[in-house]
Design a protein around this ligand. Sequence first.
Ligand SMILES: O=C(O)CCC(=O)C(=O)O
Length: 253
Amino acid sequence: MKIMTSNIYATQGYVIFKNFFKENELLKLEYILEKFHNVWLSNNQKDYKNGLINSHSITSSSYINEEERLFIFKFISKRNIEKIVGEIFPDEALFLNTQLFFEPFNRNQHNYWHRDIQYTGRSINEQKQKIKTENIVHFRIPLRRELGIELIPSTHKEWDTDEEFETRLSLNGRKPSDNLQRGKIIQMDRGDLLVFSANMIHRGLYGNNRLTFDIIFCDNTQDFKSFLNINDCPNTEEMESLKESKIFKKYII
Ligand SMILES: O=C(O)CCC(=O)C(=O)O
């Protein structure tokens, strides 16, 4: 029996696709992202030295040119990516933004277990309810072999154990970087694609000079749309070149 991506994702909250991208698909993406990253680093030294481990909104950045921006939109709307988006989102999905994750400036900086939803200002009870219905998903594309992500399978829909809750919220003497019993490491190589829910308990594993591109998709709801910056999305002219794309179709005004 064929195991469906949608079933795996629904059960465990993540799916790893080994050797998903060919080298020739990654070369230009890497060139653009490294160019972006180098300018970002020189313009954001203070934040970088203060511990920032990611940048975002690559498509609306002035660090890349129009042709490079269109290349990224075409990458995001590749047929094999859109197919997975269609399989894991119960209803319509929205492209939200892009992020780039890199090494901390201080190589001894600790990582931290979290659910992205814990930073939205919602109460714990609301968070417990929202993870059951809201979907926000990272498509992680490592450009280098990396230690990967550690996550707690199934917590995209299930709430924490006491140990997990206390760890990510620094309670009862626990620290967010403490090891967790149920942690599962997903090591990644260049060419792999990791799809995982931002709602689940996870932490990045630093090392190996990582540089990893994340595309974020979420439910196409009013709540999520309030986080969308239209400049990160294709304009009418760019849409002419992206006519085949399902994911961007909804931005046509
Ligand atoms: O890679 C990391 O350092 C953390 C990743 C993460 O927290 C996220 O994608 O939400």
